[in-house]
Design a protein around this ligand. Structure first.
Ligand SMILES: Cc1cc2nc3c(=O)[nH]c(=O)nc-3n(C[C@H](O)[C@H](O)[C@H](O)COP(=O)(O)OP(=O)(O)OC[C@H]3O[C@@H](n4cnc5c(N)ncnc54)[C@H](O)[C@@H]3O)c2cc1C
Length: 372
């Protein structure tokens, strides 16, 4: 039977970042991905924002890996010609409860170690973004945007140069613990099954990560690994130049999402969204009926918007371990040795800020792989 040292299941931005970091270290790595190319799911269906780590609980993986990942990402983009812009971001508020929400984020962000933040008043907002109508804002100059496809292509090509193997159109369908590692069963493009052995298995399967964990025999309900899908839709402003928005503009967040925000993209467009709704199945349609909700939310802080300016765009699905009634849940990044599965590494619930944190997540995974 063929043998390999490390198998990564999933070639989204996180699996690719891990492949890049481990293959740079000279490790023998194979990546299996069920689609015919990399980045076909959540990693190409997001806001492409480099977050500054403002919202997440102090000492959580989300906070720490976001702040570390942001710095690593800016450096990587700058040194390797990957498209990005450090645009800056405003989280805006006008009503009393919104203002206290924004002030609470400021306090939390400082405690988490986010840098260069300032609360600004109406006078400064007008200078920065003349069409934003809010009374106050938290200004985060270090928030930015990144070309997520360019980033993934960079990871993919660099990993390939270091002899990392990519098996596309290949789905992991079985994982069995053996004395020296795992027997992995995959379904190949024509449906035939193939088996190989791997010392380390890294589950970076995004929306499929709970199913992959279950393949290894983990009770996903018992450990809180079961995913709930939360869909985020986007609309686009058809006449972006009229609004002259140059920074990211966010309303205060809710418990499940960051609110319908305005995101400038690298091509000069303006996207609105995502919204957030729990769904039972993966379906990327954008419902035209959502347009009035988007219009109403964004009109609260942007002047001059007409409902006809909005055209439907894309959508993405958040892989959440947090259900509708739960408190915020952290990323799960775990070497499952305490479950008798040494060097089976789960990455579950890697929702936002997973793109920002991708390189820091890869560093974390490198740390928890055991040599024996
Ligand atoms: C609406 C939305 C907006 C977001 N905005 C931002 C943002 O602005 N900034 C930010 O930092 N983060 C953002 N995120 C989060 C970010 O997109 C994700 O954290 C990140 O893309 C997760 O990457 P991944 O590699 O874990 O998952 P994915 O990109 O989903 O990749 C997982 C891969 O695993 C493969 N796979 C699954 N099962 C199997 C199997 N059995 N065998 C083989 N392959 C398998 C899939 O085909 C897929 O390619 C957003 C997410 C959403 C949904």
């Amino acid at each position: 039977m063929e043998k390999t040292d490390i198998t990564i299941i999933g070639a989204g931005v996180v699996g690719l970042a891990i492949a890049y970091v481990l293959s740079e270290e000279g490790k023998e790595v194979i990546v299996v991905e069920k689609h015919n190319s990399f980045g076909q799911e959540t990693s190409s269906r997001n806001s492409e924002v480099i977050h500054a780590g403002l919202y997440y609980p102090k000492n959580s993986l989300k906070a720490n890996l976001c702040i570390r990942g942001k710095d690593l990402l800016y450096e990587l983009c700058r040194n390797n010609n990957i498209g990005y812009k450090r645009l800056g971001k405003l989280i805006v508020g006008s009503e009393k409860d919104e203002i206290s929400n924004v002030e609470g984020i400021y306090k939390n962000a400082l405690e988490c170690g986010a840098k260069n933040l300032r609360l600004i008043d109406r006078g400064e907002i007008v200078k920065l973004e003349p069409n934003v109508t809010s009374q106050m804002a938290l200004f985060s100059p270090d928030t930015g945007i990144v070309d997520s496809h360019g980033l993934m292509k960079f990871f993919y090509e660099k990993a390939k140069d270091k002899k990392c193997e990519f098996a596309f159109g290949v789905e992991a369908v079985g994982i069995e613990k053996k004395s020296s590692g795992y027997r992995v069963t995959v379904s190949e493009p024509q449906g035939e099954l193939f088996q190989f052995e791997s010392r380390v298995v890294i589950n970076s399967a995004g929306l499929g990560s709970d199913k992959v964990a279950a393949l290894a025999g983990i009770d996903v309900d018992k450990y809180g690994y079961k995913l709930q899908y939360n869909k985020g839709q986007y609309f686009r402003i058809s006449n972006p130049k009229e609004f002259n928005i140059t920074r990211l503009v966010y309303p205060p967040p809710t418990k499940t999402d960051l609110g319908i925000h305005i995101t400038p993209d690298l091509a000069g467009g303006l996207r609105l969204g995502p919204d957030a709704n729990y769904v039972d199945k993966i379906d990327y349609n954008v419902a035209e009926e959502s347009k009035p909700i988007f219009y109403k939310s964004v009109s609260k802080y942007l002047s001059g918007l007409n409902i006809d300016d909005l055209v439907s765009d894309t959508s993405g699905i958040r892989p959440k371990t947090q259900g509708p009634k739960d408190e915020i849940k952290d990323f799960i990044i775990s070497n499952e040795s305490d479950k008798g599965l040494n060097n089976f590494i789960n990455l579950i619930g890697i929702e936002s800020p997973g793109l920002t944190a991708s390189l820091a997540i890869a560093e974390e995974v490198k740390k928890i792989i055991r040599t024996t």
